[in-house]
Design a protein around this ligand. Sequence first.
Ligand code: ADP
Ligand code: MG
Length: 728
Amino acid sequence: MSNTRFSAIDILLNRSTLDMPYQDKPTPQVSSIFGQNVFNDQAMARFMTKATYNKVKSAISTGKKLDMKTAGMVAEAMQKWAMEKGATHFAHWFQPLTGRTAEKHDSFFDLTPGDGQVIERFSAKDLAQQEPDGSSFPGGGLRTTFEARGYTAWDPSSPAFIYEVGQGKTLCVPTIFVTYSGESLDYKLPLLKSKAFLEAAALPVIQLFDKKAKKIITTLGWEQEFFVVDEALYNARPDLMATGRTLLGRASSKGQMLDDHYFGSIPSRVFTYMRDLEMECYKLGIPVRTRHNEVAPSQFEFAPVFEEVNLAVDHNQLLMDLMERVAERHKLKVLLHEKPYKDVNGSGKHNNWSMATDTGTNLLSPGDVPGKNLRFLTFFVNTIKAVYDHADLLRATVASASNDHRLGAQEAPPAIISVFVGSQLTEVLENIIKGKSSQENVQKVLGLLERLPDLNLDSTDRNRTSPFAFTGNKFEIRMVGSSMNCASPMLALNTMVGKQLNTFYDDLQKLLAKGKKQNEAILSLLAKYLKASKNILFEGNNYGIEWTKEAKKRGLSNNPSTPDALQAFNEAKVKKLFSESGVFSNRELKAHYNTMMENYISRLTIESTKLAHLCYEYVLPAGIQQQSILAENIAALKNVGFKSSSIKAQMDILRKLNTAINKIHVDSQKLEKLKAKSHTNAEHHAEICKTKIKPLMENIRTNAEIIEFYVDDNLWPLPKYRELLFLR
Ligand code: ADP
Ligand code: MG
């Protein structure tokens, strides 16, 4: 039997271990390779004069611009370092709104003007600014065709690195991506602005408690979920190739029902891949630390030690890229899609977020010293208030066609934003709300908190259904999609918390001016904020239908679909938040919205087109072939004298196949007609996608699964779920 499916299985089963690299290579000591491809502190110190080094360090810590002369010296040092390591090219590495990364490669090689001597060149200008072909990246309307240029500009706060692809080595410079007039076309610039805004807002607040604190650092530790699948099987599934998910396929009978995958031993082939991937991460200074199986079969997770948010985002973007490239060596494909398989848990990305002082104090860490706990409570409660005020915005930042499959699907947090804090902290918060702002109450609340440190880690990690959970010493945002740029929710969270901290500080000054004691004043403000935002606190099961009802009563929004969720970007409150903080101008915000909306529409357009192709190329031919076999059999049986009553099974199956085939054809025609229609605007188009195209795709899928069920296994041409999920 030879069809695409069986050829793929053949390739997989006949793969020799020789095809699997690194099987028996010993793992090197991490310390011997960590950061070897990063232009880090050590490399800078070695290749720069002391004066240049100091200038660069101070520019990084203050965020001030470097002059062109110093940039020239940095470029020279970077080039020397990179060429010593064998790099031949350089690239500006940036994060367009597609969600992934892009780079434009140039050679160091050049000819001198006039005499045409060969030189290797990397100037201050090469380092500082480039002009990639901007028109092919989403701009959301910020660029008209006559001014389609986009510019990348060096971000000195994230170190340059050498990216190895096979024998090729490229010096990559992390950059922001902007229009001619400086408007952002990426995630990095608004992230950097939001980080600066938050850190500036948090500094006077921390100084209320700790006069020595000089600087605040926003931290992020992501957890990245993903699936792996054999490359041959992947190549036999045009839907996986084109859309990253299976558009049809019957759920495997094993599925995740046995729940035996989570923390089970990692299959050796995947283990070898993960080890190889980790080594590549270490070379690039990505501090990955944990790897384990996830709930679904063939699903895994990677998590690093947390870092400063800008660096952590860069590292996650780099990891997603590395995952795919390293997988090629192992004949595996990585699926970063939020929902590659129906009826199997999807993949998310958990963003663990906090703030710390430059001396390493975590601002969201409750301590055993009472004084420190008022500090903790201040940042904790202000974060809750900020999330309450801007829950819709936070929801919008993680909205996408692919994440719509997850949020609210009983496996991932719902589309309703609530905050989980654990039972001990709930008790503390209740006491704050109830209590009078007396010195006595300050002591009581702080007394309660003293018991926390031993208990918190364990008791706060239990509720896995919460979209925004406090987990002992950080908040964990669990609604982020696995394929997303972490920066999207981070830049919103930074901005809303920054604004809230500003409000808090101003409110406090007013109370202090009236002669209130600082501790009492702080506690009374926290009580006020908590009273206003307590509706967002929820400790129960976020998956339950009761919560949907309860949340509605509490007035919390529930926007399960992307086009609805994205409307938050158009709200006056959100425009004001972003423009006042300087993170997005109104024009930039609109462009951001447009891009996310267009992305939704094009995803659904591609998926529905692909689904129709799959049906006509694979599903219907297999179904029709099965029909012929049945029809022939029925005719033959009748011919030799069987009565209709004894060929009921064949007739029944034939009818079922026939009905499914006809329905798929009719629905596919409807899809074609819908897609041919023109639309007055993106909102209208998105509405059609959501209310017409998606349900049609669902119907087609259901009927395709009926056909898959009744067609002879030998005739079925697409790798089945049981193969995609269990063969490796
Ligand atoms: P687990 O949840 O698996 O028990 P941890 O709670 O230690 O493990 O960490 C989970 C994730 O949270 C990791 O990615 C880690 O880097 C991150 N994390 C831990 N502390 C912080 C922090 N202060 N700020 C940001 N992220 C953090
Ligand atoms: Mg987690």
